[in-house]
Design a binder for this molecule. Structure first.
Ligand code: UD1
Length: 359
């Protein structure tokens, strides 16, 4: 069975790594990896391939950045050409980025069977580019791998046939369990003069937070003021760094908050575990905080991972409420097993290989 896996952005490298390993362990699959090039900096891409033992992509389409339509369109065109040449039995896409949507459309238009990992997530905010990518990808997928019960319910409500949906758990939970043993915080804590459980780890990159200078200014002010209670370490996504520079806010932020370049996957796992609290607008980071029982303040007004808020380990937080939320971070008695048993990748690999048998 020939599977074409399409990745492009940082979180997809993590998700694909565990499924690629599971496919290898099961044998019988010939997987080709297509990297759209959406993320291209060494710190956003290469280091992930190295740390996650991902094979070199068979194709790097080198698409890079751009407005949504242009970026997605260029990816669609280039992905279609590769799929026509490779003629895979199935196309596999992950998550909710523009690379996901481009891969899904390319497969659907060629009539190739399509599987979507992390299906059924909904924030119910169409203004988020990721929400559009999720909705459309799920509509054209033949096999939908849902990470949670809630995701299954969301898909059923949209009329997706039950026999296409598989509840498998979350591949990011598999990855966290698999790689956490290799993560070590000591050197980074020392380098930045931080002590375990005495700092907040923050990440911000979502378009709704970075693209509006008024909102971005409110976030900078909130972080600066919160840093009087607790030191803050902020690995800066390139999107955020350039938005801050454009808005003339970088200097103000750096005067109070330790801003560093993006962390590798292993360093990120280590620092999430070491933090007293995580402040983020990232879907993946809010889940990783939960995996490690670290309270999380989600800098958004909604989340596609509602379970995290319902569990009591995370709260949605506006910039104005950040300092107060840091004084009383959410904390529940225990972290319930919401994301499966750490076997999502294995279940996905089995289902993919079975789909080949029944085709
Ligand atoms: C994308 C995803 C988002 C995901 C995130 C993970 C979409 C719509 N969004 O957002 O869901 O959470 O990846 O990081 O697909 N840039 C660089 N170097 C890079 C990559 C990006 O400098 O390696 C800069 C460019 O200036 C670019 C900007 O970051 O314009 C945005 O990059 P893009 O890939 O469009 O979206 P992300 O914000 O990374």
């Amino acid at each position: 069975m020939k599977i074409a896996t399409i990745v492009g952005a940082r979180p997809q490298f993590v998700k694909a790594a565990v499924v690629t390993q599971a496919l290898k362990a099961q044998g019988n699959a010939d997987e080709i990896l297509i990297h759209t090039g959406q993320h291209y900096d060494a710190a956003m891409s290469d280091i992930f391939f190295e740390q996650l033992d991902l094979p070199e992509p068979s194709y790097n389409l080198g698409i890079g950045s751009g407005p949504h339509g242009a970026q997605t369109g260029r990816m669609l065109e280039a992905t279609e050409a590769v799929l026509l040449q490779e003629k895979p039995d199935l196309v596999l896409v992950y998550g909710d980025t523009n690379s996901t949507l481009a891969g899904a459309l390319a497969a659907a238009k060629l009539g190739l069977p399509l599987a979507h990992v992390e299906a059924g997530l909904r924030s119910y905010q169409r203004a988020m580019p990721e929400e559009i990518n999720r909705l459309l990808t799920d509509q054209v997928s033949d096999l939908l791998f849902a990470p949670t019960d809630q995701a299954v319910r969301n898909l059923e409500r949209e009329g997706i046939a039950a026999d296409k949906i598989r509840l498998v758990g979350d591949v990011m939970f598999d990855a966290a369990l698999h790689y956490v043993g290799r993560a070590e915080a000591g050197a980074l804590l020392n380098a930045h003069g931080l002590r375990e459980k005495q700092f907040a780890l923050a990440t911000i990159h979502r378009a709704e937070n970075t693209d509006d200078p008024v909102r971005l200014k409110a976030i900078v002010e909130a972080l600066c003021s919160a840093s009087r209670q607790l030191p803050i370490l902020l690995p800066l996504h390139p999107r955020t760094r350039s938005a801050l520079a454009r808005a003339g806010l970088l200097e103000q932020l750096e005067s109070r908050v330790t801003c560093i370049t993006p962390l590798s996957y292993l360093d990120m796992l280590a620092m999430e575990q070491a933090a007293a609290v995580v402040v983020t607008d990232s879907g993946g980071v809010q889940k990783e905080a939960f995996f490690f029982g670290v309270p999380c303040l989600i800098l958004r007004d909604r989340t596609e991972w509602r379970e995290l808020v319902e569990s009591g380990w995370a709260v949605l937080c506006e910039p104005e409420g950040l300092a107060e939320a840091l004084r009383h971070p959410p904390r529940a008695d225990e972290a319930p097993g919401l994301f499966g048993g750490g076997k999502a990748a294995e279940l996905i690999a089995k289902a993919l290989l079975q789909s080949a048998l029944s085709a």
